[in-house]
Write a protein that binds this ligand. Structure first.
Ligand code: F6P
Length: 320
């Protein structure tokens, strides 16, 4: 059966989403499917913001950050009546399959729509890397490189001034952006949901680094939503020989042209999503595990526990 498929991006945008949109569109057209772009996530779907895509609709978008489809958060999508409106819109266009690109909120919507008869395939697009069922999400690598670029610059100035930079990074409730940043910039301290936060311990560690290891500067990578970066920097100034300074990187982490890694990951995942549709595997999401692209049932991805990063945290501690 020739499928009519819709694509949408939902939740926080992530660099590489456009490469995934391009791959899904081109792979589907090649297989004789019709493709529809749905604007502004589930919000746009409910309002019927749907446009037919051809090859040219996705030309020259690979290098662009953000998402050409627009994105939105729609908490009301939990409500069955709202989802019924979405299903009505899809029926109007005879769209039988939907590829949704986003994070766990997007996946929850996709699971409910699958239960209402629409074959949904999820592609993990979020800088947070907080999706189970995949080692990496689209956008994580680009965000990590953006953060690294900023931290490298902060290190220059903090080393000139005998300072300690507290750098707050995104991640929602997942510490991967903080951990991978800390490892790749050689930070002195990482504070994330996985490490927990003990202010006295952080201060003690910085005092030791300064007094015993004679460090002239230090970098603290702090995951968002744990403590106030500016207050922590003040405490550091009051209690250690470093002058503390805080930098909250904010939404700059979500922008920019995707890295080669994210473009390739998004392309592989988009192509595979269309294969899953062809095989009639609605209710699945795409992941990359040990560098192999795989399909996992969405409910499994939503309910399983994340793999512990303990070994990476231990390695970080050994190398400070
Ligand atoms: O999920 C991506 C993300 O950037 C999180 O890291 C962050 O907590 C959140 O979105 C910010 O959301 P908003 O853009 O709605 O402020």
């Amino acid at each position: 059966m020739a499928h009519k498929i819709g694509i949408l991006t939902s939740g926080g945008d992530a660099p590489g989403m456009n490469a995934a949109i391009r791959a899904v569109t081109r792979a589907a057209l090649k297989r004789g499917m019709e493709v529809y772009g749905i604007m502004d996530g589930y919000k746009g779907l409910v309002k019927g913001k749907i446009v037919e895509f051809d090859r040219g609709s996705v030309s020259d978008i690979m290098i662009r950050g953000g998402t050409i489809l627009g994105s939105a958060r729609l908490p009301e999508f939990k409500d069955e009546e709202v989802r019924k409106e979405a299903v009505e819109q899809l029926k109007k266009y005879e769209i039988d399959s939907l590829v949704v690109i986003g994070g766990d909120g997007t996946y929850r919507g996709a699971l409910s729509l699958t239960e209402m008869g629409i074959n949904c395939i999820g592609i993990p697009g979020t800088i947070d890397n907080d999706i189970v069922g995949t080692d990496f999400t689209i956008g994580f690598d680009t965000a990590l490189n953006t953060i690294l670029d900023a931290v490298d610059k902060l290190r220059d100035t903090s080393s000139s001034h005998h300072r300690c930079s507290v750098v707050e990074v995104m991640g929602n409730h997942c510490g991967d952006l903080a951990l991978y940043t800390a490892i790749s910039c050689g930070a002195e301290v990482v504070i994330s949901p996985e490490t927990g936060f003990d202010e006295d311990k952080v201060i003690k560690r910085l005092q030791e680094l300064e007094r015993i290891k004679k460090k002239r500067h230090a970098i603290v990578i702090l995951s968002e939503k744990i403590t106030n970066a500016h207050k922590l920097a003040e405490k550091i100034t009051e209690n250690t020989g470093f002058a503390g300074r805080a930098t909250v990187l904010g939404h700059i982490q979500r922008g920019g042209s995707p890295t080669a890694n994210d473009r390739i990951l998004a392309t592989r995942m988009g192509d595979y999503a269309v294969k899953l549709i062809e095989e009639g595997k609605g209710g699945h999401c795409v992941g990359i595990i040990d560098n192999e692209i795989v399909g996992v049932p969405i409910d499994k991805a939503l309910h399983e526990e994340r793999q512990s990063r303990k070994r990476m945290y231990d390695m970080f501690d050994r190398l400070v």
